[in-house]
Design a protein around this ligand. Structure first.
Ligand SMILES: NC(=O)C1=CN([C@@H]2O[C@H](COP(=O)(O)OP(=O)(O)OC[C@H]3O[C@@H](n4cnc5c(N)ncnc54)[C@H](OP(=O)(O)O)[C@@H]3O)[C@@H](O)[C@H]2O)C=CC1
Ligand SMILES: CCCCCCCCCCCCCCCC(=O)[C@@H](N)CO
Length: 325
């Protein structure tokens, strides 16, 4: 006779198995693999930082890469860098994502896209009270409206291409961990990045029938020319709070992003804190992986607890900072 204790012990794996089977049945959209070899990958903001690292990584995997940004000279330099690193001649598009006509024209010029990576972004951290509203609008315009313009312009071509080739297509949107949790000094930036999530969740439902798969990438601080610029004027508290998640190399973020995009992951965290954050903020986001879904279901309560611990730490820091002044 097995003891009741042993039976109970057997019940736990059984419950987990049932939960896992239920999640395997339920998880939507269905899992997908998105190839990038010999496919057209357009990366905005591809002349610097994370975008440039992504362009190199995609080119190294045999993609036909196009990069888009405003500054033609920096684009040419990036093209040389990509060629040196991979032998691939990327196509270069000069456009400001804030200008819908310029974006439409650039996309027409370069032809249909299989993988659209909306990575362009600007960040000017400052307390809202001190920040010029023009600066706030600048971030919304580039980070949010720019992404609208890109997707609007690319969608018709992506749809027909996915239909003709029978291959799944991808729209990947660069958010930030500041698009999952608000951070001191990032009122406008966080607003622009949180907004992208609403866009992405809705868009995924609209394009799933066309075999187009949406991903969002959530990096922590990442060593790029943009971050170096930002750090010159970032409020001290922003640096401290953002520092909770450490700093990554652009190449490592690019690798996570590309791997996640190819698996059609809707939420792509980039480091360990990012994985915790993704579980704590899973919400009602689409989830194709039963394994990740299992972690989300089991981890939700615990990660909320951990998150409350992080907030305790941040509010203590803010209080001490004010007390010292
Ligand atoms: N670095 C970090 O710490 C983190 C960055 N991110 C996000 O990652 C993305 C890339 O950041 P990062 O590599 O650091 O940035 P960089 O500043 O190094 O590069 C930004 C890129 O975007 C382009 N760009 C900026 N404005 C426009 C515009 N109006 N139209 C077209 N292209 C534009 C720039 O080219 P040009 O100026 O010539 O137009 C450049 O190629 C951003 O969306 C950022 O929010 C997220 C988390 C952390
Ligand atoms: C449940 C547990 C949660 C644990 C981790 C929480 C850590 C969050 C830190 C937020 C970091 C925000 C960095 C923004 C970087 C960025 O986008 C700017 N550099 C501009 O580019």
């Amino acid at each position: 006779m097995a003891s009741p204790f042993l039976l109970l012990l057997l019940l736990i794996p059984l419950c987990l198995l049932v939960l896992f089977l239920a999640l395997s049945f339920l998880a939507r959209p269905k899992s997908v693999r998105i190839p990038i070899k010999n496919r057209h990958v357009l990366i905005t903001g591809g002349s610097s930082g994370i975008g440039l690292a992504l362009a190199k990584a995609a080119a190294a995997q045999g993609a036909h890469v196009s990069i888009l940004a405003r500054n033609a000279k920096r684009l040419e330099e990036a093209r040389e860098e990509i060629k040196l690193a991979t032998g691939h001649m990327a196509r270069v598009l000069v456009a400001d994502v804030r200008d819908p006509q310029a974006v439409a024209q650039a996309l027409e010029e370069v032809g249909p896209v299989d993988v659209l990576v909306c990575n362009q972004g600007v960040f000017v951290p400052m307390e809202l009270e001190k920040q010029d509203l023009e600066e706030a609008k600048f971030m919304i315009d580039v980070n949010l409206m720019g992404t609208f313009h890109l997707i609007k312009a690319a969608l018709p071509g992506m749809k027909s291409r996915a239909r003709e080739t029978g291959l799944p297509a991808s729209i990947a949107i660069m958010s930030s961990q500041a698009g999952q949790v608000g951070v001191y000094g990032y009122t406008a930036y966080s607003a622009s990045k949180f907004a992208l999530r609403g866009l992405a969740e809705s868009l995924q439902q609209e394009v799933i029938a066309h075999n187009i798969h949406v991903s969002m990438i959530f990096p922590p601080d990442t060593a790029t020319p943009g971050l170096a610029e930002e750090q010159k004027k970032r409020p001290e508290l922003t640096t401290i709070i953002a520092g909770s998640s450490g700093e990554m190399k652009a190449e490592d973020v690019a690798k996570k992003a590309l791997d996640g995009l190819k698996e059609g992951q809707f939420i792509i965290p980039c480091n360990f804190d990012g994985t915790m954050l993704a579980i704590a903020t899973a919400g009602l986001s689409p989830q194709r992986s039963a394994v990740t879904a299992l972690f989300e279901v089991l981890g939700a309560g615990f990660m909320r607890f951990v998150g409350i611990g992080f907030q305790w730490n941040w509010y203590s820091t803010i209080q001490n900072w004010h007390a010292k002044r």
